[in-house]
Design a protein around this ligand. Structure first.
Ligand SMILES: Cc1cc2nc3c(=O)[nH]c(=O)nc-3n(C[C@H](O)[C@H](O)[C@H](O)COP(=O)(O)OP(=O)(O)OC[C@H]3O[C@@H](n4cnc5c(N)ncnc54)[C@H](O)[C@@H]3O)c2cc1C
Length: 469
């Protein structure tokens, strides 16, 4: 849909929530939006740099606010600011240097994990830490300090050796983990507020075979189960546990364990552009039909009971297209994530279930993961060892629906804060300023650093302007 059609559609239907008035008020310039479709922002101009030099030239040639986008999977306007120059980083997608012996690769910022897997898989190497899906850009992942299902590994900062950034003034800085500089730590979870990431150097792991093991565990037993059966077993590489929709006192724990058994799937990577229309029918049925959740539970059980031995890279190359509904015009799917100190996890899940049931939330899935404490990043989401609760939900695209989601989201954030927890920042901006400041008490240090390195406040987006003014 072009901009004219988009504005007409938005105006006629009243569908689009925040940011739409902003977009509709401005007649010229491109509109930047993210996967949720809820955050259209009219920017002044867009550039698609291919090299660090082109990033510098773009900053030099146009003064004023700059916003930065990668794969555009964040969901609250983290990629755009009104009237800014928008840097679309996806054309910076090349490998800069690769040493398979040393297991180190240096990539341009806009390369996706899936693109990188094509390069490293023939050398039997894997990305060390990444999300569950492979469509995200490396710099977008650094900027949120993503994590995945990798047991004991924590956030992405733990696998990055060095980053190159271009500052607001056009300087090119090389920052390394071993320097332990404040700026290096602030880039992770810095949401593009400090500079443009142009290159990233990553440590890699060996690829290998993994076998899926599925067990049902009660919620009360889960922390102990995780400690004794998962964390203590160094053959478990990936792990998460899903709350059963029919009974939130039970979890289905899914682990991928190192094995030398014969493969049941021989593809080394999940092919691109697969047809996921069957998945789309299932997503629709689960959320729209009476008893849909039970239907899914039955289907999932059948699927998970089947024997599976796959390459690590195969399980790491899941495609977000498999989650994509047929249309996001009337309703859209979003994520939230809460990081709760291990000892408070069970009580948080109970509180979360109460809020979701009490407010009739269309929760599609709730998944639990684990992370050790992270002392490297400044705006860390794991100041202590945590379990994380990932909520995938559906909402209508109206303003009214967004207001309602805002109410229960703030309740979930309060419940997390009351238990010493934090919430994840790449999602919708429902938190109050006070909630943000309680969740991220390091914010004044981040603001001071930003004032030093970006004194004109050029790097902007809706997250930064709402909470880190
Ligand atoms: C279906 C789905 C599954 C997800 N699963 C997980 C998961 O398992 N674990 C997890 O941790 N997160 C998960 N996420 C969240 C995801 O990690 C973030 O939204 C991440 O930012 C996506 O990367 P991106 O390339 O789309 O970044 P974008 O959304 O494009 O950008 C995110 C932020 O990074 C900044 N940025 C991007 N490129 C640069 C650059 N070159 N220089 C400076 N700043 C830059 C942007 O300004 C923005 O603030 C998931 C999201 C979705 C939609």
């Amino acid at each position: 849909m072009d901009r004219r059609e988009f504005l007409k559609h938005a105006a006629l239907s009243g569908l689009v929530a925040p940011g739409d008035a902003l977009a509709a008020a401005r007649p010229a310039g491109p509109v930047v939006n993210d996967v949720s479709t809820l955050n259209p922002v009219a920017v002044a101009a867009e550039a698609r740099p291919r090299t660090t030099e082109e990033v510098r030239a773009a900053l030099r040639n146009r003064p004023g606010a700059v916003s930065i986008g990668g794969g555009r999977f964040s969901m609250g306007g983290q990629i755009a600011a009104p009237d800014s120059l928008h840097l679309d980083m996806r054309a910076m997608n090349q490998v800069v240097a690769f040493d398979p012996e040393e297991r180190v690769v240096r990539v341009q910022a806009g390369m996706t994990w899936r693109d990188l897997q094509d390069v490293i898989d023939p050398h039997d190497l894997s990305v060390q830490i990444m999300q569950s899906y492979a469509n995200f850009t490396v710099a977008g992942s650094v900027s949120v300090n993503c994590h995945g299902r990798y047991v004991g590994r924590g956030p992405l900062v733990n696998s990055v050796r060095a980053v190159q950034i271009v500052t607001a003034g056009g300087d090119v800085l090389e920052l390394t983990r071993s320097d332990e500089s404040e700026l290096f730590g602030a880039i992770f979870g810095g949401y593009g507020g400090l500079g443009v990431l142009t290159e990233i150097e990553l440590e890699l792991d060996a690829n290998g075979r993994l076998e899926r093991v599925v067990e049902e565990v009660s919620l009360e037993e889960y922390p102990d189960y995780f400690r004794t059966r998962i964390a203590a077993n160094d053959r478990v590489l990936l792990h998460n546990a899903n709350l059963l929709p029919s009974d939130s006192r039970k979890l289905r724990a899914i682990s991928w364990i190192v094995t030398d058994k014969p493969l049941t799937v021989t593809d080394r990577l999940i092919p691109r552009n697969l047809d996921y229309s069957r998945f789309q029918n299932v997503i629709w049925a689960v959320t729209e039909l009476p008893g849909g959740h039970r239907l899914r539970e039955g289907m999932e059980q059948e699927l998970l009971e089947a024997e599976a031995v796959v390459w690590r890279n195969h399980e790491a190359s899941l495609d977000t297209a498999s989650l994509e509904p047929r249309t996001r015009a009337f309703s859209t799917y979003l994520l939230q994530e809460y990081f709760i100190p291990v000892e408070n996890c069970v009580s948080y899940v109970r509180a979360m279930t109460r809020v979701l049931n009490g407010q009739d939330v269309e929760a599609v899935n709730i998944s639990v993961r684990h992370s050790p404490a992270d002392a490297r990043s400044l705006l860390t989401w794991a100041p202590v060892e945590v379990f994380s609760l990932v909520l995938y939900y559906k909402q209508r695209t109206t303003r009214r629906a967004s207001r309602k989601v805002g109410i229960w989201t703030r309740e979930l954030i309060d419940a997390a804060l009351a238990r010493g927890g934090r919430y994840y920042l790449p999602y919708r901006l429902h938190a109050t300023q006070q909630q943000f400041e309680r969740a991220y008490p390091e914010h004044p240090r981040f603001a001071r650093l930003k004032a030093r390195i970006d004194p004109g406040g050029r790097f902007q987006n809706l997250l930064l302007s709402k909470y880190l003014k």
